[in-house]
Write a protein that binds this ligand. Structure first.
Ligand SMILES: C[S@@+](CC[C@H](N)C(=O)[O-])C[C@H]1O[C@@H](n2cnc3c(N)ncnc32)[C@H](O)[C@@H]1O
Length: 255
């Protein structure tokens, strides 16, 4: 099974994490579905630069964090702070141990030839993961083995009231057969959590899981918050095209 893990997707998730934290005023209990080795459970441990501006999280660079560069259009609400993380939990059919040298080597083998920037980001992200202090305020990365549909409800229900449960997933639901995608949509709508989908399939009941994407955005993910589209995102996190107030196509053609 090929299981890439792309930490740069955190750059496109960060504005939505910020929005969720502003809404609730509580630290975030992250629940990532299909996290692979769990690198996207470390959004507060990386550094970010949007459109070549100031570095956010510069203090993390000293600890070897990757600097995640992201180009934007559409004036996204760029974060001014790193998210406050209360816990980091993931559920994956095959969780990967990034501390194991053979597993790390396999993850690096999955990066397409010539994509040296991705390789550098992955190496730095794995270093951050494996050197996470025991007393890190966001807690350890905890990866549960299993199917996301079987575990998501239990994980959300375990989040204490003083934290905001955030269920999210990137490049995962394409692995679910359509019937299970719909079962997931129905289930997640019943849970007491915020929900971010960053996927090649439009994650909303309204369009039956499909949406027409303009030619210039073809090959991109659509990012939704609680089922409402926010942005087109580059598959590997290096572009964020904010369209939250934009006109989203309503006819149901496939991406
Ligand atoms: C392409 S990787 C993406 C990893 C990570 N989300 C990222 O953005 O870097 C897809 C991951 O989803 C996991 N996955 C696929 N189907 C799953 C399911 N039904 N339940 C849990 N994990 C699943 C795979 O094992 C794999 O680790």
């Amino acid at each position: 099974m090929t299981q890439t893990n792309e930490p740069a997707r955190c750059a496109t998730l960060l504005p939505v994490f910020e929005q969720i934290q502003s809404d609730s005023g509580k630290p975030l209990a992250l629940i990532e579905l299909g996290p692979s080795a769990g690198l996207c459970l470390l959004p507060d441990r990386f550094a970010y630069r949007y459109d070549g501006g100031d570095v956010l999280g510069a203090e993390n660079l000293a600890a070897g964090a990757p600097l995640l560069e992201c180009a934007t259009t559409g004036n996204p609400p760029l974060p001014t702070r790193l998210p406050e993380i209360a816990s980091r939990t993931g559920v994956d059919l095959n969780p990967l141990d990034g501390a194991d040298p053979e597993t790390a080597r396999w993850l690096k083998c999955l990066v397409w030839p010539g994509q040296t920037e991705r390789l550098d980001r992955l190496s730095a992200g794995l270093d951050v993961l494996t050197s996470l202090p025991r007393d890190d305020p966001g807690g350890p990365v905890t990866l549960v083995r299993g199917d996301l549909l079987a575990h998501v409800e239990t994980l959300v229900n375990a989040v204490p009231a003083e934290h905001t449960a955030v269920v999210y997933h990137s490049a995962v639901t394409s692995y679910l057969p359509p019937g299970l995608r719909h079962a997931f949509l129905e289930l997640v709508a019943t849970l007491d959590c915020r929900w971010i989908a960053n996927e090649g399939f439009f994650m909303s009941d309204a369009t039956d899981g499909e949406i027409a994407v303009p030619r210039e955005r073809s090959g991109m993910f659509v990012m939704t918050l609680d089922g409402v589209p926010q942005a087109y995102t580059h598959q590997h996190g290096v572009q964020l095209h904010w369209e939250a107030d934009g006109a989203w196509p309503e006819d149901g053609q496939s991406i």
